[in-house]
Design a protein around this ligand. Sequence first.
Ligand SMILES: Cc1cc2nc3c(=O)[nH]c(=O)nc-3n(C[C@H](O)[C@H](O)[C@H](O)COP(=O)(O)O)c2cc1C
Length: 294
Amino acid sequence: MSNLQTLCGVENTIFQAGMGGIAGPELTAAVSNAGGLGHLGGIRMAAEDIRSWIKETRSLTDNPFGINLVPMGPGPNGFEAQLSVVLEEKPKVLSLFWGDFSSVIPRAKAAGISTMVQVGSVKDAKKAAQDGADIIIAQGIEAGGHVRGNIGVMALLPAIIKAVGPVPVLAAGGIATSEGVKAAMKLGAQGVWVGTSFVATPESLAHDIYKQRLVEAGTDDTVHGHFYSYGWPVGTPYRVILPKKKGIHQFVSGGAKRIDSPQKASGLKVYAGQGVGQIDQILPAAGVLAKLGA
Ligand SMILES: Cc1cc2nc3c(=O)[nH]c(=O)nc-3n(C[C@H](O)[C@H](O)[C@H](O)COP(=O)(O)O)c2cc1C
């Protein structure tokens, strides 16, 4: 077993990105049951709801899984409350995005939790490694959702590997096929961190209309923008696909959820990475893992 596999307790190299509002217990457990590492998207969850989600996930799988937190979502007090629950509940992995994690990583590690930090530049990767991150995720500008940097994954990934070695590095952004996974591994990645493909699964909490929009979208259809997105400061960069019809929701980016109205699901800009053109059907999470060559 490689260091990465020991850290995460999985033999597979496919990691499902923790996606706020989209990756709940059902998706996380389905990925972990199929041999990948599922990841709950905790960004906007109340602390006690995070506890319930972790318990529910444990009732659905005996395999390891992770949880993703982003301090930007809940603010400092909310993040501290979320983190306290995670430190008590001890999922196998805590992944972190968009922030200074120098004081968070040692606390997680002391609780026996492996830590991952997603970054979009070599500078941030070096900082995360210095802070003690066990695993670095190199997020290219191809990625769906909020995008930290401006560099394509082909250039970013080898540069980060060189800068932080021997810390294991995962590749993220636009990866949606087994060929994409192989290319990332060839460049030195020890695994891949995949978001958009797992939105288009029956197990995700995304609205059916959002899933269908992913199936219909082509490679040319994503846009990198920085206007308004739910729960984030105005101006935070993201990658989305645009709605067909003009309306009030077209100015807003988000991940349309099962519980949202059809108007919202069809009218929002929805998060999607550049690999969206390679998603041509809604597949169960285990099917996505098989497609990625797991
Ligand atoms: C719907 C959606 C929601 C996301 N939410 C989060 C999040 O809450 N936290 C996070 O660290 N990254 C989030 N991301 C970004 C992913 O971590 C990852 O960088 C991205 O999905 C990889 O690119 P891909 O979507 O092309 O596979 C999200 C991505 C998507 C598509």
